[in-house]
Design a protein around this ligand. Sequence first.
Ligand SMILES: Nc1ncnc2c1ncn2[C@@H]1O[C@H](COP(=O)(O)OP(=O)(O)OP(=O)(O)O)[C@@H](O)[C@H]1O
Ligand SMILES: [Mg+2]
Ligand SMILES: [Zn+2]
Length: 338
Amino acid sequence: MSYVYGMYRPLKFCEVIGQEVVVKLLKKALSLEKLPRAMILYGPSGVGKTTLARLVAAWFVCENRTEDDVCGKCDMCKAIQNDSLVDVLEFDAASNTGVDDIREILNQSNYAPQYSSQKIFIIDEAHMLSRSAITAMLKTLEETADHVRFMLLTTEIDKIPSPIRSRCFCLALQSVNPKSMSEHLAALDGVKISEDAMDLLVQLSNGSMREVLSLTQQAAMLDSNVNLSVIHEILSFADEVFVAKMAGFLLSGQFVEIFEEITNFTKSKNISLLSFLTQLIQFFQAEIQKAESAKKGPLLRILIDLNKLSVAATKISFFSAMITIGLAEIAYNNRISN
Ligand SMILES: Nc1ncnc2c1ncn2[C@@H]1O[C@H](COP(=O)(O)OP(=O)(O)OP(=O)(O)O)[C@@H](O)[C@H]1O
Ligand SMILES: [Mg+2]
Ligand SMILES: [Zn+2]
């Protein structure tokens, strides 16, 4: 089983995670039949913009809709999920930026919808539209009949020209908060995720639900009991013992040893230096947390002992030198691949 994009796409509003305010506003507007003619849903990648735009479209056609939600199962809901309902037109502005492309799409707004009461245009990557395409759209926005709804989606709201923004109802989606993510992962069928693995997954995905699900799915393919080492494996991370050993070298100032070992290790395992450093930083973060909760521990003692501050400073500058090497490595690799 390979990761299929959108495999876990929420089929109902109640399945959307971490966007409570936006979901509430959308459902309110829909149930009062006051959905604005033009809306912008903006926010980071992988947090539910396309998902929500499709759910809004489903609201108008779902065969078993309740006061509160769509069913997610009927033929109409399915047609929208498969992007095969003629009344819902998804359009990617990143690959169709020209005015002719958008005119062709906008022409469709002249025809009445077939199954829905609404013709819904979902315009993805809306910040990529050309100036002339935007002008054409503005005109349509002003002239559209009441059977047309525009939903513009973007990760870069600042790049949407203000004349467009001011004519749209703008809703901000948030990065999904760690707690909601972990609760969702904990409730997934057929996968058991250890607490530390969960923390790492959530940290790595940086608020993107798509990212956390994709990583989880990859990990679960290796082992349905997902623990830290499974995640390290999919990310080509070094093993924990090695990281702890290097952290020990760093703290005791064994710079020559650490440099040799890390260089050999990253080369032999084909791990990038930066990925290793990320792990080392995570190790220290975890140590600080542990030390703080136990009110002791080697790292915390170093940090609070003023006499040792100068030593710590040396170590930090060594560490930043390592980061510089990591960045140089990335720059060098990019130069080769370009
Ligand atoms: N809020 C969410 N709740 C549950 N799953 C989500 C959520 N957001 C994203 N996902 C998951 O991530 C996948 C991609 O989400 P979606 O396409 O809605 O993101 P997006 O915000 O449109 O991202 P992009 O800006 O990259 O287009 C969904 O199929 C779903 O599996
Ligand atoms: Mg999207
Ligand atoms: Zn339905």
